[in-house]
Write a protein that binds this ligand. Structure first.
Ligand code: MN
Length: 292
C-alpha cells in the first residue's frame, strides 16, 4: 500500500428481494443475479443466495434439496448457524457446522444433494447460511470436480477495531491468507463489525467488489449507508474501502478479478455458449455426471 492508494467509491446499493424456497429446507433471498442484475460487474461471482436465520422445529426427515447437477462453476456454502449435510456423485460426504465453509468445484459435472444435518434435524434449531456461485474460466470448466471442506479452525480470524474481526475464507487480508484454493484471484471475507468500529479494507485495483450487509448497518467511505440485506457495489478502480459499523454488522466481502469471457447460464449450469448448455443437459440426462 502506498501513500497514493485511492478510494474505491460506492457505485450503487441494491436491496435483496423477498425470500423464496429452495427445496423444502432453505428460504433464501437471491442477492444476485435475479434479485439484482449485476451482470459482469460482479464477475467472477455469479449468484448469491442468503438464508436469513430461520427456526426449524424438530423433525425426522432432513429438509433440503434433493439430488441435482452442476457444471461449469463452484458452489461455496457458508454456515453461520445450524448444520448442513452434503453428499455428491464424486463420493464426497460432509457435515458442515457453524463457521465451516464448503467449497465445491463442480467443473465438468457433479450431482449432489444439500440437506439439513441429521442431528440438527432431530433437535431442531436456527439455520443461517449463504451460498455463493463462483464462475470458472473456460479453461477449467471441463476439468475434474474438486471438494474443499474448510473447517472453522482452518479459517484465520484477524482482529480489527476494538471488538471486531475478519475471517479470511479466500485471498489475503492484512497478510493473513485464507485456506481456499481458487482458480482465479479473489478475496472472500466474513466480517463481524461491532457498532462504532471501523476497518479499512485494502483491495486490488481493477477487481470487482460487492459487500453484502447480512445484518446490521454500516457506512462506507463516509459517503453511503447500507442496511440488511443490501449489497454495495464499488468502482473497479481504487484500492481502499473504509467501513464503519453504525449497528453491529455481519458483512460478506466479495472481491475478484473479472473473468472476461461470455456467459451462458441455464438453471444449474454455467457455461460460455448455448451449445455447451445443450451438451450439459444431454450429459446429465445420459448419466455422465454420475449419481448418488
Ligand atoms: Mn446445488
Amino acid at each position: 500500500m502506498s501513500a497514493t492508494a485511492t478510494i474505491k467509491k460506492v457505485s450503487e446499493i441494491y436491496k435483496a428481494p423477498a425470500p423464496h424456497m429452495v427445496g423444502d429446507g432453505f428460504s433464501v433471498q437471491n442477492v444476485f443475479p435475479n434479485g439484482n442484475r449485476l451482470g459482469r460487474r460482479i464477475s467472477p461471482f455469479f449468484l448469491l443466495d442468503y438464508a436469513a436465520p430461520a427456526y426449524f422445529p424438530p423433525g425426522n426427515k432432513p429438509r433440503g434439496v434433493d439430488e441435482h447437477p452442476h457444471r461449469g462453476f463452484e458452489t461455496v456454502s457458508i454456515v453461520y448457524q445450524g448444520a448442513l449435510e452434503h453428499r455428491d456423485s464424486a463420493g464426497n460426504f460432509g457435515k458442515l457446522h457453524a463457521g465451516d465453509v464448503q467449497w465445491m468445484t463442480a467443473a465438468s459435472g457433479i450431482v449432489h444433494e444439500e440437506k439439513h444435518e441429521q442431528e440438527f434435524t432431530k433437535r431442531g434449531g436456527t439455520l443461517e447460511i449463504a451460498q455463493l456461485w463462483v464462475n470458472l474460466p473456460k479453461a477449467y470448466k471441463m476439468t475434474a470436480p474438486r471438494y474443499q471442506e474448510l473447517l472453522k479452525e482452518q479459517i484465520p480470524v484477524v482482529p480489527v477495531g476494538s471488538n471486531s474481526h475478519v475471517r479470511v475464507i479466500a485471498g489475503t487480508f492484512n497478510g493473513q491468507q485464507g485456506p481456499a484454493h481458487t482458480f482465479t484471484p479473489l478475496n472472500l471475507w466474513d466480517v463481524k463489525l461491532a457498532a462504532g468500529d471501523t476497518v479499512t479494507l485494502h483491495l486490488p485495483d481493477g477487481f470487482n467488489t460487492g459487500i453484502v450487509t447480512l445484518h446490521g448497518e454500516v457506512n462506507y467511505n463516509n459517503t453511503h449507508t447500507a442496511g440488511s440485506v443490501e449489497i454495495a457495489m464499488f468502482d473497479t478502480a481504487g484500492e481502499t474501502i473504509t467501513v464503519t459499523a453504525i449497528a453491529d454488522a455481519t458483512l460478506l466481502v466479495l472481491n475478484g478479478q473479472p473473468i472476461d469471457e461470455p456467459i451462458f447460464a441455464y438453471g444449474p449450469f454455467l457455461m460460455n455458449t448455448q451449445q455447451e448448455i445443450m451438451q450439459a443437459i444431454d450429459d446429465y440426462n445420459a448419466g455422465k455426471m454420475g449419481h448418488l
